[in-house]
Design a protein around this ligand. Sequence first.
Ligand SMILES: [Zn+2]
Length: 285
Amino acid sequence: MTLVSLREVLRGTRQQRFAVGAFNAMDHAFAEGILQAAEEMRTPVILAGGDFPGPDYSRFIPYLLDRLERSDVPVCLHFDHGSSFEACARAIRSGYSSVMIDGSLLPFEDNIAITKRVVDMAHAHGVDVEGELGCIGSNAGSMEEEETGSVYTDPESARVFVRETGVDALAVAIGTSHGLYRQAPDLDFERLEAIRQRVDVPLVMHGSSGLSERDFSSAIDGGICKINAFTALTMKVTRQIAEDLRDTELALSMSHMISLKMTEYAKREVMRHIRMFRTLPIEED
Ligand SMILES: [Zn+2]
């Protein structure tokens, strides 16, 4: 079994300046692409699920856990953007090794309170927790659906938040947004540095679609250890499949050929991101 906690999958990231990608496993074919990419590159990886429109995760998680038994790289199964204590508890019961509690829209004290409650419960079950402070906004077309603005993370509040809650990782808002950007985001690396100096847990970046390789590199150098990547990646896979379907031979062939293509393209895109994230391979013995 290669299921590991969030702390374990992010081990060494901060000191050795690399990040681990969290990619959304929305169905069997895409999940397979993510896992094959990590297996081939011998790197750790984070598979993200959540209460998103799409798969029935109550059926999908047992499949993923079974598939992970046959994987030989460390995989963290992470519940993304948990909206309540109950949602996180449900995720832990279903087998996730890590949960995110997103109290970022709540007032500061309430965010601390709900996050701490989830941390106490999760840690009692050996599960790690990611919190969010500040608010990472959403662009149109993101899975968060609603378009919202961002509130940048205040470095001093981040220090208090981590100390009070005991979170294992912290998602910070430094100028990124979920979904696709209308214009290139302007990232606040000074703020990131100020947060890094005050917080010793791994920092997490959401809303990475459309960032350049240079942005990723600067973010990782600035202390980002986990990067959530999905929208741009999945859309690229879809576009490639659409392109292929213009070829009548594939368009008229059996439907599972499309699933196989999806795995192949997802694998290729995830490998490209693993390289951009500078994820170090595991030490093989
Ligand atoms: Zn997010």
